[in-house]
Design a protein around this ligand. Structure first.
Ligand code: 3PG
Length: 218
């Protein structure tokens, strides 16, 4: 049995929010991360969806050491190891397979592997994991599904992502089995493209206010 990394919930910094950073350059990634931090965010997830994602993780770690920096869209053992080498402090995946779970656990980093069904939760549970990402949250049953899952998976807590925004953030965070909420609504591509950092800080501040009301800060 692989020994388990610390829980992601035990290392998340700041409000219970995990905004996604998707950047074309590491400079852009640092600018996004700074704007989020100015809005009160303490933890970010850099997604492996651009060529510079790994460099972005390293750059944010170097420039903004007060932030917790994780990697998202981890799809393989190679991804998991490359993220660790780049300095990622936690791992998030959109899916769960035995190979991927084993590789992510083996890094020793806190993790939130993606699940959308009871069987996927059960797979993660068999590995001893008690925190998972619920993705895509809105298309997989959203709030009602999380409520239904709470009855049978009483020890499992979720990071919902997919379709979360200012309009429904409070509803997700109010659920006792949700420990953090993630997504891209704080870093819209148009604001990033136009370098509207102040607006990103304002979105982050609005979400931070909601999160602080509903979940005590780490
Ligand atoms: C993710 O990677 O978690 C999702 O792409 C986030 O979904 P969103 O863009 O709807 O927030």
């Amino acid at each position: 049995m692989l020994s388990l990394p610390p829980l992601l919930s035990s290392v998340v910094k700041g409000p219970a929010l995990l905004p996604i950073i998707q950047a074309d350059t590491s400079e852009e990634a640092v600018a996004i991360a700074k704007a989020l931090a100015d809005g009160g965010i303490g933890s970010v997830e850099v997604v492996l969806r651009t060529r510079q994602a790994l460099a972005a993780i390293s750059a944010i770690r170097a420039e903004l050491p007060e932030l917790l920096v994780g990697a998202g869209t981890v799809l393989s053992a190679d991804d998991a190891n490359a993220c660790k080498d780049a300095g990622a402090q936690f791992l998030v995946s959109p899916a769960s397979t035995p190979k991927l779970l084993e590789a992510m656990i083996a890094t020793g980093l806190p993790l939130a592997p993606g699940v959308a069904t009871p069987s996927e939760i059960a797979l993660a549970y068999e590995y001893g994991l008690r925190e998972v990402k619920f993705f895509p949250a809105h298309l997989s049953g959203g709030i009602e599904m999380l409520k239904a899952l709470s009855g049978v998976f009483q020890q499992v807590r979720f990071c919902p992502t997919g379709g979360i925004g200012q309009h429904n953030l409070a509803d997700f965070l109010a659920l006792p089995n949700v420990f953090v909420a993630g997504g891209s609504w704080l870093t819209p591509a148009t604001l990033v493209k136009n370098k509207q950092w102040q607006q990103i800080s304002e979105l982050a501040a609005a979400a931070t206010a909601i999160a602080r009301q509903l979940k005590s800060a780490a």
